[in-house]
Design a protein around this ligand. Structure first.
Ligand code: UDP
Ligand code: MG
Length: 319
């Protein structure tokens, strides 16, 4: 069986189109399937839209979270609920075309455990495109894992990968693309055209996107912390040599560029040095604070999401 996990946050406008296209695309594959809509604290009528459109279908599940926990947490909730032998994770806004699912299944049948979509030609504004491109490249550069470039959350994962993600990865700040790579097994990418959002607005504002990017970088790399030692070395070694030179210069008191140490003490260079080192220290403190905050959040062991209820399309209440 196939489980399709769909995080939903205020998507009432696009859901009718999404459900129609999903059901039509499902005729193309032979596997029985369940669709798990995770309502991430929507304030519009997303839930009623789903239940009206899927009335009586027992292969539809709606997991209602108790509030908005964010896209990645919603995906985690869906993975936890899914019973299938393979799970497809996709957005509700039709940016991930349901017709491509059959390609993912095909790859899975070939023996791959993770099949992820690679985005070519993002249909976004150019600053957003540039930001995405540089993010993926930075992430790949700083991370110890080979997280594939331009691969989003749209993917198929085998049951064993889902089990690893649910049972063996206890962290709460979840960057699914990274965890999926971390899990290993046989992975393969497929180039799938990422479409424009069919209706409604993006639920990621600048802040949420920045948070996602930071979760990716700080969750999968110690590089920012190491910057401290690198910078320290880069600054300390030349400073030490220059310091020795200054002492020699002072002792022998010779003229260099028409200047001898007894002329005027170098106030400007001193001040510059202090500001520079102060700046670096603050940056490094910020980086350490970022990791410390994350350690604090993880240590508290609060769940990444809370499920309020789980309801089937035929209106059975599961929990
Ligand atoms: N989403 C969610 N919780 C959130 C934000 C988004 O479940 O807090 C869902 C949203 O409904 C959509 C998917 O995550 O199905 C991707 O969001 P969106 O399309 O707004 O992001 P973008 O494609 O613009 O990056
Ligand atoms: Mg989208």
């Amino acid at each position: 069986m196939l489980s399709i996990v769909i995080p939903v946050f205020n998507e009432a406008e696009v859901l009718p189109m999404f459900i129609a296209r999903l059901l039509e695309a499902s005729l193309e594959w032979t596997e029985p399937f369940e669709a798990i809509f995770v309502d991430d604290g929507s304030t519009d009528n997303s839930i009623t839209t789903i239940s009206n459109l899927t009335q009586g279908r027992e292969n539809i599940t709606v997991v209602k979270l108790s509030r908005n926990f964010g896209h990645q947490a919603a995906i985690s909730a869906g993975i936890q609920q899914a019973k299938g032998d393979a799970l497809v994770i996709m957005d509700a806004d039709l940016q991930d075309p349901p017709e491509a699912i059959s390609q993912l299944i095909h790859k899975w049948r070939e023996g791959f455990d993770v099949v992820y979509a690679i985005r070519k030609n993002r249909k976004e504004s150019w600053p957003k495109k540039l930001a995405y491109k540089s993010f993926y490249r930075t992430l790949r550069w700083v991370s110890d894992l080979d997280i594939p470039l331009d691969s989003g959350d749209f993917c198929l994962i085998d049951r064993k990968v889902a089990d690893v993600i649910i049972h063996q990865i206890p962290e709460n700040i979840r960057f699914i693309r990274g965890l999926r790579t971390f899990a290993g097994f046989r992975q393969s990418g497929l180039i799938i055209e990422r479409e424009k959002r069919a209706a409604g607005n993006s639920k990621y504002n600048f802040r949420a996107l920045t948070r996602l990017a930071l979760d990716g970088i700080f969750g999968f790399s110690l590089m920012p912390l190491r910057i401290a030692s690198y910078m320290g070395l880069i600054i300390a070694i030349p400073s030490f040599l220059i310091g020795i030179f200054f002492i020699i210069h002072r002792i022998f008191n010779f003229k260099l560029f028409g200047y001898s140490p007894t002329d005027t003490p170098g106030l400007a260079s001193l001040a510059t040095g202090i500001f520079f080192l102060g700046g670096i220290t603050l940056i490094i403190l910020g980086i350490i604070g970022e990791y410390l905050g994350r350690i604090y959040l993880e240590v508290k062991r609060r769940p990444g999401f809370i499920v309020e209820e789980v309801r089937k399309g035929d209106d059975r209440l599961i929990t």
